[in-house]
Write a protein that binds this ligand. Structure first.
Ligand SMILES: [Zn+2]
Length: 279
């Protein structure tokens, strides 16, 4: 990197440094993720401090210091005001930033990952379903980083995975209703079709191979969404929230295994949803 650059980027995370400074993780399209010191950010009434908070999109100078890189003269480009006013969207947005911060190496340009984050934040800002924005971004990142399993062929028998047909509604089961014969856990979770994701092996299994195994069940609708998203398709406003939610959980559980990345925020998300569902 030159001694000084002018770039756009988004603040993913921040921490404290020394008595008056802080550091930020700043994601830029051209230079990747930068670890930058913000001088004087914690002095009372510091404008630098306000500007360099997570989720702020900035234009700024990055200066190569003797031992570290510094951010200077940040200008606010976008602060995503609407999503900050909604606890669910705000928590998803911050979680996406934190996740990307963990997944990306430092100073390695990944313009697709940056663009994906911006699209997801814009979707959240516009009020798009949070589960889908999160699942879409997480799976695109996994694919970009080379961690997406083969979505076309079964990892065991080599057969073609359920080709997506128009989504069929899953059978509804009332409370106390018994199925006969009793379905396996996989059939209960996937509706008897779909595929099984085996995180430890990074493969998907077809419905025939899936039965006796433990893994993450995905319906044919979820598989179809996943195939579309990883091929560059946009979010789809017709997608059902349950399919998106299952893909979001699957991405995080899969990443926990593939990238050894913790899923702390998944627990938070599930608590938030439990609160919401209980009214
Ligand atoms: Zn198979």
């Amino acid at each position: 990197m030159a001694r000084e650059i002018f770039t756009e980027g988004i603040v993913l995370r921040r921490g404290y440094a020394g008595e008056y400074d802080k550091w930020i993780s700043f994601l830029t399209p051209e230079y990747g993720k930068l670890h930058l010191r913000v001088r004087g950010a914690r002095k009372p009434k510091s404008k630098m401090g306000m500007l360099t908070e997570p989720l702020n999109l900035l234009k700024a100078r990055v200066i190569e210091g003797r031992a570290q890189q510094l951010i200077a003269q940040p200008q606010l480009v976008r602060s995503y005001i609407a999503l900050r006013a909604d606890l669910e969207r705000l928590s998803v947005a911050l979680a996406l930033c934190e996740t990307l911060d963990r997944w990306l190496p430092e100073a390695h340009a990944e313009p697709g990952a940056y663009a994906t984050l911006i699209v997801a934040l814009e979707a959240l800002e516009a009020g798009f379903v949070a589960e889908q924005a999160a699942a879409w971004a997480l799976w695109r990142w996994l694919a970009m980083l080379g961690y997406c399993p083969d979505l076309r062929w079964c990892g065991q028998c080599g057969g073609e995975l359920a080709m997506p047909s128009p989504p069929t509604p899953l059978p509804r089961r009332g409370r106390g209703e018994r199925d006969s014969p009793s379905p396996t856990p996989w059939e209960r979770r996937s509706g008897g079709e779909g595929v099984l994701l085996i995180p430890a092996e990074g493969v998907l299994l077809c419905s025939q191979c899936a039965r006796p195994q433990e893994g993450i069940a995905l319906t044919t609708e979820a598989l179809s969404l996943l195939q579309q998203w990883t091929q560059g398709e946009r979010m789809n406003s017709d997608a059902r929230p349950e399919a998106c939610r299952s893909l979001m959980r699957a991405a995080l559980r899969y990443a926990e295994c593939a990238l050894e990345s913790s899923v702390r925020w998944l627990e938070f998300w599930e608590r938030l949803n439990a609160l919401r569902d209980s009214g």
